[in-house]
Design a protein around this ligand. Structure first.
Ligand code: GLU
Length: 425
């Protein structure tokens, strides 16, 4: 049996289905390259466990709303399932499945002993009060409680969730267990067993990947960053810190651009205060679509999936794309970019800094011990650089794109683990 790729009817396909379509396409290529048999391909194309829950939420006015929640464990051959929880109105089971699959390859690629998972709730967190959000989080965690645990499946932040969400998850799980279980979740506040360096870890990883891929001094390298949230804002900052010129950034509300370079620290302060980069006085306004087409050296998509498509890929002028987001580039766009000689450092490599430091946080929790910021950063750098080196040399050796090589390594390691374990019974 071959991997089923959902049919493509553009008008009917949801962003989540598009993401899953992309993930299956990438898996299909890696499986072909590795010569995996049909049974193994099918196993890797389907999640190991997939749970859909209805989450009732008491609103401030006394009404009860019911939202859909999900937790998907894609694969656990290499260790406990690991992956974030997303709160977003467009989140559906297809998107969560795709994101869980990418987590599996990501953890295998950077050599941390986890399988892949993802969770999500179809909700707009900005439309809820803090108390509603807390009730929603706690009830969602209760619904998925049988699946999670420090030895089973460890959630973390993703789009729309943060340290506070993780604190509520840790508390809800711990109250049910009857004792404190810090290792059930990563990306926690420091007071609850969070790790130094976790908050900026994904962005730090993006910086490390970008510097490795640039292969030259970052001084004066022009950068556009799409998304100014947890990943994008700090990625812009860390790139500016090493001498890059960040000329444009965007968020949900708008995009801003300053050809002579943005003062990223000032823009972060403005965005933290107003909730958006929109209206920032020391820059010109820009259209969302225009940001992708700027004549910059480096483009960092750091928001959601499917933003670089066959439609806009031909107009992308950046020679290097480093994916802070999961799944920002469709397979069709990938082909166009490869043909035009654009280097794409793929998501499962470029944004792995987050889960790497999540792993370090979990190790510290399991040992009831903590490391210095310098120690955490050194381990992060080592893991990122060695994964980058492996991907780069396989790509060169086999004439693959960096994405194809990253998937061949990630998928190959999971397949190998499965084969070594054998099939039970
Ligand atoms: N949500 C992040 C990701 O997509 C981090 C996951 C984690 O730390 O477990 O990689």
């Amino acid at each position: 049996m071959s991997i089923m790729v959902p049919s493509k009817t553009p008008a009917l396909i949801t962003p989540g289905q598009q993401a899953l379509d992309s993930a299956l396409h990438q898996l299909g290529h890696a499986a072909e390259h590795l010569g995996l048999d049909d049974g193994l391909r099918t196993m890797l194309a389907t999640p190991r466990r997939s749970l859909t829950v209805s989450v009732p939420v008491r609103r401030e006015d006394g009404r009860m709303d019911v939202v859909q929640g999900f937790r998907v464990q894609h694969n656990v051959s290499r260790g406990p399932a690991k992956g974030g929880i997303r709160f977003h109105p467009h989140t559906d089971i297809h998107e969560v499945t795709a994101l869980a699959m990418w987590m599996t390859w990501k953890c295998a690629l950077v050599g941390i002993p986890y399988g892949g998972a993802k969770g999500g709730v179809s909700v707009d967190p900005a439309a809820l009060t803090t108390r509603e959000l807390e009730r929603l989080t706690r009830r969602y965690v209760n619904e998925i409680l049988p699946l999670i645990g420090p030895e089973k499946d460890i959630p973390a932040p993703d789009v729309g969730t943060d340290e506070q969400t993780m604190a509520w998850i840790m508390d809800t799980y711990s109250v049910n267990a009857g004792y404190s279980v810090p290792g059930v979740v990563t990306g926690k506040p420091m007071t609850l067993g969070g790790s130094l360096g976790r908050a900026g870890a994904t962005s730090r990883g993006v910086q490390i990947a970008a510097l490795a891929a640039l292969g030259r001094s970052p001084e004066g390298v022009t950068v556009a960053v799409q998304g100014f949230g947890k990943v994008g804002a700090l990625a812009a900052q860390y790139l500016a810190d090493v001498g890059c010129k960040v000329v444009a950034v965007s968020d949900v509300r708008g995009a801003v651009c300053a050809p002579s370079g943005l003062d990223v620290a000032d823009l972060r302060a403005y965005s933290a205060e107003t909730g958006s980069v929109y209206g920032y006085r020391h820059a010109d306004a820009l259209g969302h679509a225009e940001l992708f087409e700027l004549d910059v050296d480096l483009l960092v998509p750091a928001a959601l999936e499917g933003v670089i498509t066959e439609e806009n890929a031909p107009r992308i002028r950046a020679r290097l794309i480093v994916e802070g987001a999961n799944g920002p580039t469709t397979p069709e766009a990938d082909e166009i970019l490869a043909a035009s000689g654009t280097t794409v450092v793929p998501d499962i490599l470029a944004n792995a800094g987050g889960v790497i430091v999540s792993y370090l946080e979990w190790v510290q929790n399991m040992q009831a011990f903590s490391w210095s910021a310098a120690e955490v950063e050194m381990k992060l750098r080592d893991l990122m650089r060695s994964a980058y080196g492996e991907v780069k040399s396989l790509a060169a050796e086999k004439s693959l794109t960096l994405r194809q090589a990253a998937h061949v390594i990630g998928v190959g390691r999971v397949a190998e683990a499965h084969q070594m374990r054998g099939l039970y019974p």
